[in-house]
Each structure stands twice: as C-alpha cells, then as structure tokens.
Design a protein around this ligand. Structure first.
Ligand code: SF4
Length: 395
C-alpha cells in the first residue's frame, strides 16, 4: 500500500554537517563554493531576531564570506536554468503528445515518494535535475571550475561545493545515484545559523550590501519565487509562453497559482494548456486517487511541504500562524521589483548556453543537467511483503 509521508523523505534525523564544513573551510586546502537557496535568505532573518519576512540576501552573503567561502553563488541561477530545461521538455512533450502531464522534479520529497509508491508515474517526471544538483554539476565540472586553473581543468582537483537549503531531504538528494558527488555537503538554514553563531558573527548588524559572485550568481524574479508553492509552475509558464510566442498576450503574474494553503491550484494558460500545483504531498495523493489528472492537465507541480520550500523541514521553527504567508509575501516582493522576471532573460544563463551547452535539452545539456529515476522498495514495503509471506505460510 501507499504510505503518507509526514517527513517528506522519511528522513527522520537531520544529520548535522556544519562542524565538518567549518573544519574544511578552516583548513583552507580547497577552493570553496557555496550556493544558497531562495527560501533561506528570508527565513534566516528569523534566526537572528529580525522581523519575519525580512529579506537578508546581502547580509547572508557577507556572513558566508566571513565564514571563509571563496565563492558565494545563488541557487537561483540554476533555478532559471531548470526552467529553461524543464520548459523546453514540456514543449517537446506537448509537440509529441507523450508522457503528459509533466510532473516537476525539483522536490526530492516528491521524487522519493514517486519512486517508492508510484513507479508507474516515473515517465511523467521531468528528467531535469533540481536547481541544487544543477548548480553543483556546473560548479564542479563546468566552465567555472575549469577557469580556476589547470588542475581543475583536467579534473585532478575539484572545488569543495556546499549548499544551504531549507530542506532536510536535500541532504538525501545529494547522495542519489547519478548526481552524487556534485554537492559535497548540504546545510539546512538552521545549521547555517548555528555556524554563524558559533563564530560570533553579528548577523543582524551586518551590512545588506553583499553581492553574489559571477558567473553563477545572476537570477531573475522567476527564480526567486521557486521557494513558494506554485512558484516553479509560474516561472515555467512565463518562459513557456515566450517559447510559444504568446507572452505579450498573457499576464506575467498568475495569482491562481499562488497561495501557501494545503491543496490543489489550477490555471489555464492559453496556447499551453491547464496546469496544476499541489501544495503538500497529501494534496498530490488525493489528486492521484482518480484518473482525471491524466486528461485535465499538461503540467503538475508537486512540493512535498505545504506552502513549498518556505515551509521546509530545515527552516527555522516558528509559532507565528501566518509565517508562511509572510515568507511568501517577501519572496513575491523580490520578484515584483526584479529588473528581469523571466528565466530566459538571465544573461549568465544565456552566456552558459552560448559558450558551453548550445541549446536547452541539447546533448551537452542532457549530460550535465538531466538525471534518471528508478523504482525503489521502501524498507516498509519489503517488511510488508515479508509479513505477507509469513501470513500465507502460517495459513
Ligand atoms: Fe524540500 Fe522544498 Fe520539497 Fe519541502 S518542498 S521537501 S523543502 S524541496
């Protein structure tokens, strides 16, 4: 049978890695790279007594440099890249009329759930890697890494790559077959806060002037909203509308896809089709109970946590009942004022395609930015099968 996951991956313990990361940084033997997820820059403020919903991007970058990271990059760069790859994948599936609807695959809680409980859905999952894993692959093996020196170019040495995520499931994702090794350590927002405190860095008093490094640091408003439920779908709609040549006739913001409450949201995009967003794994489970989803939608976003990554298991705990709304408001605010709000407008992403990958979904893009999935048996299902055998033997 299926199991309802409360902790999205069933990872009951949050294995802390921050001591190890500090140790590696202090040793100063390796070039170090850190990437920060969109949900972290808002929630970290709460750890240091700033008002919930405060966006601390600049302070966070300054704190990471003080901790000793050589390069501070934005996971959002890879979020824009994810949209280029996933949007292109959606359009090719629409053209071919196969494996629709397309399910997003950037939430490892959801991917694990499918692999464990519904392997029949695997062909529907986008093969695009999550932003964390894309960023790791490019930082380790792309042009940026090769530019660090001859040893990096021939692969004898690699940069040390750390990511800061709102999510305990991202630790498990970094060890998946096919992507393992691209991100050395994953820290949760809470772990990073502990690290900052352990070094006595006065986070709240830091200047807000920190800037991400180039070339893996630029991002658009579309990437900013990845942290909220519906954000990945809205970002994909913006770029898919451009690819289809209908963006001038469509709004940029899709209110129907926004909101942090548990449940399913839908919107019909002229020229593309109807899309759905599941906020929380239980909403997805309910949607899958009948077969209508196969006909009704062309694309479905699923985030295992209610509200999306803003409510992730690695975020600070809060007693505020409106905390998800406050965090979401902050993120949509960043998007609203961003100079570029569509992923295809990201100039660092454009440069990456021009210099290295060719076009979205090209062979080179597939090698670096896509992955595969496989059915897995949970310990629980193995146990159930064992018990079933014992039952039958006894009977
Ligand atoms: Fe992690 Fe975000 Fe998925 Fe929650 S919704 S499991 S925080 S990726």
């Amino acid at each position: 049978g299926q199991c309802t996951l409360v902790c999205p991956v069933g990872a009951l313990i949050e294995a802390p890695h921050w001591h190890e990361v500090l140790h590696t940084l202090d040793a100063r033997r390796r070039v170090s790279v850190v990437q920060v997820a969109p949900a972290t820059r808002v929630a970290i403020s709460e750890e240091f007594g700033l008002k919930p919903g405060t966006v601390s991007t600049g302070r966070l970058i300054n704190a990471l440099r003080m901790l000793g990271f050589d390069y501070v990059f934005d996971t959002n760069f890879a979020a824009d890249l994810t949209i280029m790859e996933e949007g292109t994948e959606l359009l090719s599936r629409l053209e071919a009329g196969t494996e629709l609807p397309l399910f997003t695959s950037c939430c490892p809680g959801w991917v694990n759930w499918v692999e464990l409980n519904r392997p029949d859905l695997l062909p529907h999952l986008s093969t695009t890697k999550s932003p964390q894993q894309m960023h790791g692959a490019i930082a380790k093996r792309g042009r940026f890494a090769r530019s660090l020196g001859p040893d990096f170019a021939d692969g004898t040495v690699e940069p040390y790559v750390v990511s800061v995520m709102p999510c305990t499931a991202k630790k498990d994702e970094a060890k998946r077959p096919g992507v393992s090794g691209d991100v050395d350590h994953v820290l949760t927002t809470r772990e990073l806060a502990r690290m900052i405190r352990s070094r006595g860095i006065p986070f709240g008093a830091l200047a807000e002037d920190g800037q991400f490094d180039s070339p893996l640091g630029e991002s658009t408003g579309a990437a900013q909203i990845f942290g909220a439920s519906g954000g990945v779908m809205e970002a994909m709609v913006r770029t898919a509308a451009h690819f289809k040549g209908v963006e001038d006739d469509l709004p940029l913001e899709w209110e129907a896809l926004r909101g942090v409450r548990e449940g399913v949201k839908t919107a019909t995009i002229p020229g593309v089709g109807t899309v759905a967003v599941c906020s929380g794994i239980a909403a997805a489970q309910r949607m899958l109970e009948d077969e209508d989803w196969r006909e009704d939608y062309v694309a479905i976003e699923v985030m295992a946590c209610v509200g999306g990554c803003l409510g992730g298991g690695g975020e600070p705990k809060s007693m505020d009942p409106l905390i998800l709304q406050k965090r979401a408001k902050a993120i949509y605010g960043v998007d609203a004022t961003a100079p570029r709000r569509r992923s295809y407008e990201n100039t660092d992403v454009q440069a990456l395609y021009a210099s290295e990958l060719g076009a979205p979904n090209s062979r080179a893009a597939h090698q670096l930015l896509h992955t595969h999935y496989a059915a897995r048996h949970s310990q629980r299902s193995l146990l159930m099968r064992f018990l079933d055998c014992v039952d039958r033997r006894d009977g």
